[in-house]
Design a protein around this ligand. Structure first.
Ligand SMILES: CC(C)(COP(=O)(O)OP(=O)(O)OC[C@H]1O[C@@H](n2cnc3c(N)ncnc32)[C@H](O)[C@@H]1OP(=O)(O)O)[C@@H](O)C(=O)NCCC(=O)NCCS
Length: 203
């Protein structure tokens, strides 16, 4: 009871890491034995997302919004093991209550999900790698958001050359809310986060 009252009265801060990688042209191939990567269509993604608790129609809506998906498929069984998404358009991120705009020449990576039975095989890293290599033809920066407690996700992105360029902190207290960005890798303006794109700069 006291703990609950204290939790209600004290401000709550939730941090997220803002990760980016620039440029995209030098990602060496990262294969996973026995697994192939393909573009995902609604026919594959709807059953996969439904089986893992995503809202009905979520994948179809994302595809209709122009966000391509990749899926990792078991070569032996044809089973879909994981999915991952990319967009070059502004994208509202529910978890942080803000929009990420990857800006001209940028892509935002989101929706990484590995089926629980397939975890521990670095499939997220595989899909980060494949999205980087596909995006490199048109984009020179990739960004994403990861909760700092999600050690597997932080590692997958770090292995693929992403570095923390800032922190997004959302603080709630009673019915009020504050949002702030720390670090200089992202701009924060009118509820929109934009990575600072410096063409030609090395990561
Ligand atoms: C996060 C997620 C995508 C990772 O799946 P995965 O590709 O199977 O990840 P792996 O288990 O292979 O781990 C990747 C790396 O993190 C490390 N790792 C995994 N769990 C870890 C933990 N609890 N603590 C520290 N490191 C951990 C692994 O050792 C591996 O590192 P390595 O390559 O240096 O050995 C998966 O757990 C998932 O779908 N979770 C739910 C959705 C989610 O959180 N998506 C990401 C949102 S940003």
């Amino acid at each position: 009871m006291i703990r609950r009252a204290r939790n209600l009265l004290l401000p709550r801060s939730e941090p997220h890491l803002l990760l980016a990688r620039q440029p995209l042209t030098d990602a060496p191939d990262f294969p996973v034995l026995g697994v192939s990567v393909h573009p995902g269509d609604a026919k594959t993604l709807e059953p996969f997302t439904a089986a893992h608790g995503f809202p009905a129609g979520w994948a179809t809506e994302m595809l209709a919004d122009g966000a391509p998906a990749l899926v990792a498929v078991d070569d032996a069984t044809g089973e879909t093991l994981a999915m991952a998404w990319t967009t070059s358009r502004p994208f509202h991120v529910e978890e942080i209550g803000a929009t990420i705009d990857p800006g001209p020449g940028g892509v935002y990576l989101f929706g990484d999900f590995v089926a629980p039975a397939a975890r521990g095989r670095r499939l997220q890293r595989l899909l980060v790698n494949r999205r980087l290599r596909r995006a490199a033809a048109d984009a020179h920066l990739a960004c994403t958001i990861v909760h700092p407690d999600n050690a597997a996700s932080v590692r997958s992105y770090e292995h693929e050359g992403f570095a923390a360029r800032g922190r997004f902190v959302r603080t709630t207290w009673l019915k009020r809310e504050w949002k702030a960005v720390r670090g200089d890798g992202f701009r924060w303006d009118a509820n929109v986060l934009r990575p600072r794109i410096t063409p030609g700069s090395e990561r």
